[in-house]
Design a binder for this molecule. Structure first.
Ligand code: UDX
Ligand code: UDX
Length: 475
């Protein structure tokens, strides 16, 4: 019988532990968090995070072998395996501010384990952390007084929000890093055996500790780098008349490049990409590789530039002023199918528009009003220039422009003819996700712009008429 405890009931800890409990009914999984309100939500009908399919998984095993609790010490004492999934935000103070990861929660968890553990534990880093954090954890544990042979593993999470349940069910790989000693190998096998309940063995990769820790940062840096690369090219497309989706389609057909993560956008967001790259940059600087640091830092700079460029284009197209104009922003989450707004490009775009004295009305199907206002203006602030609407249609009422920032499916099915009738003229659409049919919108009478899409005057003429189509098809 194995007992698992997970410290940190967030976006990573909650869904990951729910899946382990679901797939391994004989293992007792207790998720603990110091945030009592969050634990209460995990125990209620309304889970604290929105993730498609998660409700069913949690309901199937909550109270059976999945428990959510605030009794951190008790859960640590009873567990054999302890996952650490607390947050590791970018430091905002002192040495490495703005880049390095703030490890104070990791350290405090390690100290608590050292204080209360009565038997040897396998401690598993789930949080993204700098390389060699396991060493810090081991040192703290070893200094804890009791001579217990704890093992530390690195088991980074690769799930993406919005598809967490699918990613956990069928991961591309599970990565487990451990010490290359007999005790380390036994610990790695104990954790591999948990995942092997549902993940094929050949997908469970084992490495040394430092490789596993670094691989997480590098995987996210590579993914983000693809987005910044395609976004950089999107600017060139807008200037030349090339179409970024056609370019992405053409290069993605090369099997060495591949089609995924080539969708041009207003910029990437989310809790991981920027934070992990900055973390990598800081590591490179610390270990004496400034050229490598500069290379990866440019991925973040291009992303910042892409967000600003999008807002700037809106202002320029609206005759160089949005002062007192009503701008309807559709979507606020950092991507569709999540209520998470951390580092969402919407925050930067909305702030830029407010700085130009626009009146911004936001609609998002999942993000609550208080969250939107807090993200844009900071805690406790309000502004009459920033309001939240209950639907896309309500947001568009009397607006000069519609701005799509999140690719929610429902935006693709909006009745634009109906909406146009309620907007100011000329009516503008700025699609930050290339979700909407620009040609159709232009035919309706909108001035429509996409990312990396040529403006109407640059768009290639459509030469395939209905009479020509059969001829071309025959060729
Ligand atoms: C976290 C990290 O941010 C990320 O780096 C890592 O890759 C995975 O784990 P996430 O689950 O999204 O990501 O974080 P968050 O939703 O903030 O959850 C962390 C939880 O830990 C919070 O609920 C917080 O209350 C809890 N926590 C934090 C503790 O219980 N104890 C602590 O000492 C610190
Ligand atoms: C990411 C990684 O994908 C995941 O493996 C890791 O564990 C955590 O970080 P997440 O941030 O949840 O996951 O979402 P992801 O789907 O990677 O999207 C990140 C951002 O990039 C979003 O803002 C998304 O809209 C944007 N994006 C993604 C693009 O702009 N274009 C793309 O082609 C793909």
């Amino acid at each position: 019988m194995t007992k698992i405890c997970c410290i940190g009931a967030g976006y990573v800890g909650g869904p990951t532990m729910a899946m382990i409990a679901f797939k391994a009914p004989d293992i007792t999984v207790t998720v603990v968090d110091m945030n009592a309100a969050r634990i209460a939500a995990w125990n209620s009908a309304e889970l604290p995070i929105y993730e498609p399919g998660l409700d069913a998984v949690v309901k199937a095993c909550r109270g059976r072998n999945l428990f959510f609790s605030t009794h951190v010490k008790e859960a640590i004492r009873e567990a054999d395996l302890i996952f650490v999934a607390v947050n590791t935000p970018t430091k905002t103070y002192g040495l490495g501010a703005g880049r390095a990861a703030d490890l104070r929660f990791i350290e405090s968890v390690a100290r608590t384990i050292a204080e209360v553990a009565e038997t040897p534990k396998i401690i598993i880093e789930k949080s993204t952390i700098p390389v060699r954090t396991a060493e810090t954890i081991k040192t703290i544990l070893a200094a804890g007084g009791r001579a217990l042979d704890h093992q530390v593993l690195s088991n980074p999470e690769f799930l993406a929000e919005g598809t967490a349940v699918a990613d956990l069910l069928a991961p591309d790989r599970v990565l487990i890093g451990g010490e290359r000693t007999p005790a380390g190998a036994r610990a790695v096998e104990a954790l591999a055996a948990v995942y092997a309940r549902w993940v094929p063995r050949e997908r469970i990769i084992t490495t040394n500790l430092w490789s596993a820790e670094l691989s997480k940062l590098v995987a996210n840096a590579f993914l983000a780098q693809r987005i910044s690369s395609i976004n950089a090219i999107s600017a060139l497309c807008e200037a030349t008349g090339a179409d970024i989706d056609e370019v992405a389609g053409a290069i993605g057909r090369d099997s060495r490049i591949g089609p995924k993560f080539l969708k041009a956008s207003v910029g990437f967001g989310g809790s991981c990409f920027q934070k992990d790259i900055l973390n990598l940059v800081y590591l490179c600087e610390t270990y004496g590789c400034p050229e490598v640091a500069a290379y990866w830092e440019s991925v973040v700079s291009i992303n910042d530039w892409q967000k600003q460029r999008f807002a700037q284009r809106i202002v320029e197209q609206l005759f160089n002023t949005v002062a007192d104009k009503r701008i309807a922003v559709l979507g606020f989450a950092f991507k569709k199918d999540t209520d998470d707004t951390r580092e969402s490009p919407a925050i930067s775009v909305v702030r830029d528009l407010l700085a130009e004295n626009a009146r911004v009305v936001i609609y998002d199907p999942q993000v609550p009003e208080r969250q939107i206002v807090k993200d844009v203006l900071g805690p406790g602030s309000e502004s009459e220039r920033l309001t939240v609407a209950v639907s896309a249609e309500a947001a568009a009422e009397g607006a000069h422009a519609l701005v799509v920032v999140t690719e929610w499916d429902e935006f693709a099915t909006i009745d634009f003819a109906r909406i146009l009738a309620r907007m100011q003229r000329p009516a503008f659409v700025f699609d930050g996700r290339n979700l909407l049919p620009l040609e159709k919108l232009r035919a309706l009478g909108f001035r429509a712009f996409g990312i990396g899409k040529p403006a109407a005057e640059l768009a290639a003429p459509v030469i395939v008429s209905e009479t020509l189509e059969p001829v071309l098809a025959a060729v």
